[in-house]
Design a protein around this ligand. Structure first.
Ligand code: NAD
Length: 437
């Protein structure tokens, strides 16, 4: 079986490499010639644990190839996946579908026999039907079906998520397309992964509903954390106390500086817009978006308060810039809201992140980027822990105290034990835990 993957980004590259690991012949096509050249030469353009080996092994085995030439790649393909970006459209928050529609036009021009066209990108309800219309406009003679197959992998654990998903969602109307998808996902079917077959619209909505629900859970616990601080409760105990209830579940109940990343912010906003247009407003999700935006901004005052009310002239050491550990993805990271505000208020910001500094440099050139966590902390007036990379989880509190100029730590991921930090002589602020704990 052969498939084509359009877009060799976080989703396309991981999905393509994983399908090839299942034994499928995969041609990854991207418009970005530099990216394709890197991949052909064995360089992986993104940071994702395990991806380099998977790409190398399957390229060597001849099952995975890279090209900028869609027409040539399509020869003999039974399915073509659209895995291009769907960022927020500037101004209104709708998903920008221009890359998806462009890919559809390009696919149309290459179709020969019956082909399944799969949208793996996260796309609003109705997009699959529009993709079919575009293809029919360009090629009225083409034989094809459109399938919605949203992707649920998480950056940082993408390969495992793809290989062992909780479920696969496939939206299509024809048995013929369903059969192609079944054969493609056969290795997962064999390990009894549930496959949810639906219509196109339902499948498209499942992805947005899932992400919005998870974003709601995070926002819920963040607001509970704020309340905990006011009333002397501990948010971790609250999370455990509610999460052990099987109806609630323990995951996604960790408080922090607000959700970021390439999916939740844009997907919650796009779902809000879809719902408003459909005259079925999702008021809960509207509040989630507003609460999360406000939360990122409000994190700045935690730093200001920790250093005595004003950051002007103070040096803030920031550990972690990406929206979560184990990725180099900086899209919509809380750091992009917090750091520029600290700089605006006159702070000097020294930062270190294991993988995010390349992209961060482009977006925040006024930050002083350091070679290590210790380098960033040296002589600083405050340590701000923003992303819980493993290497920031086990710093010795006494060493932190010795390195900092002033013994002030703001931990927005609750990595450290408040009592231990205080015992080491540090003034420690975290999220949703009582002052004395
Ligand atoms: P990305 O920006 O990393 O990659 C997109 C790639 O598509 C880029 O390399 C770009 O050059 C290429 N591209 C765009 N138009 C093209 C065209 N016409 N032909 C060939 N290549 C083209 O994006 P991503 O993070 O992989 O996200 C892709 C989609 O998957 C989005 O809709 C996103 O919402 C969804 N998604 C992402 C994640 C995630 O964790 N990143 C998870 C699930 C779903």
């Amino acid at each position: 079986m052969k498939v084509v993957m359009i877009g060799a980004g976080y989703v396309g590259l991981v999905s393509g490499a994983c399908f090839s690991e299942f034994g499928v012949e995969v041609a990854c096509v991207d418009k970005d010639a530099n990216r394709i050249r890197d991949l052909i030469e064995g360089r992986i353009p993104i940071y994702e644990p395990g991806l380099e080996d998977l790409v190398r092994d399957n390229s060597k085995a001849g099952r995975l190839s890279f090209s900028t030439d869609l027409n040539a790649a399509m020869a003999g393909a039974e399915a073509v996946f659209i895995a291009v970006g769907t960022p927020s459209r500037r101004g209104d928050g709708h998903a920008d579908l221009s890359y998806v529609y462009q890919a559809a036009r390009e696919i149309a021009a290459t179709l020969t026999g019956y082909t399944v066209i799969v949208t793996k990108s996260t796309v609003p309800v109705g997009t699959g039907r529009r993709v079919a219309e575009i293809i029919r406009e360009v090629r009225p003679d083409a034989q094809f079906d459109v399938v919605s197959n949203p992707e649920f992998l998480r950056e940082g654990s993408a390969i495992n998520d793809f290989m062992r998903p909780d479920r696969i969602v496939i939206g299509t109307e024809t048995e013929r397309a369903r059969d192609v998808m079944r054969r493609l996902y056969r290795p997962l079917y064999l390990i009894e992964t549930p496959i949810v077959f639906t219509g196109l619209e339902t499948s498209e909505l499942i992805k947005y509903a899932a992400n919005s629900f998870l974003a709601t859970k995070i926002t819920f616990i963040n607001e509970i954390a704020d309340l905990c601080e006011k009333v002397g409760a501990d948010v971790h105990d609250v999370a455990r106390g509610i999460g052990l209830d099987g109806r609630i579940g323990r995951k996604f109940l960790h408080p922090g500086p607000g959700f970021g990343g390439s999916c939740f912010p844009k997907d919650t906003l796009a779902l809000v817009r879809t719902a408003q247009e459909a005259d079925a407003p999702l008021r809960i999700i509207e509040q989630v978006v507003a609460s999360n935006d406000a939360r990122k901004v409000s994190m700045v005052s935690r730093v200001t308060n920790a250093v005595g009310g004003n950051v002007r002239g103070k040096t803030i050491a920031v550990l972690g810039l990406t929206f979560k550990p184990n990725t180099d993805d900086m899209r919509d990271s809380p750091s992009l809201v917090i750091l520029p505000r600290l700089l605006e208020q006159g702070a000097k910001v020294r930062a270190f992140d294991p993988e995010g500094m390349g992209e961060a440099r482009k977006q925040m050139p006024d930050v002083d980027y350091c070679g290590s966590a210790e380098d960033a902390m040296s002589g600083a007036d405050c340590l701000l822990l923003l992303t819980e990379w493993n290497e920031f989880r086990a710093l010795d509190p006494r060493r932190i105290k010795a390195l900092l100029g002033k013994p002030v730590v703001v931990d927005l991921r609750n990595v450290y034990n408040p009592a231990e930090m205080r015992a080491a002589g540090l003034t420690y602020t975290s999220v949703g835990r009582p002052a004395g704990s």
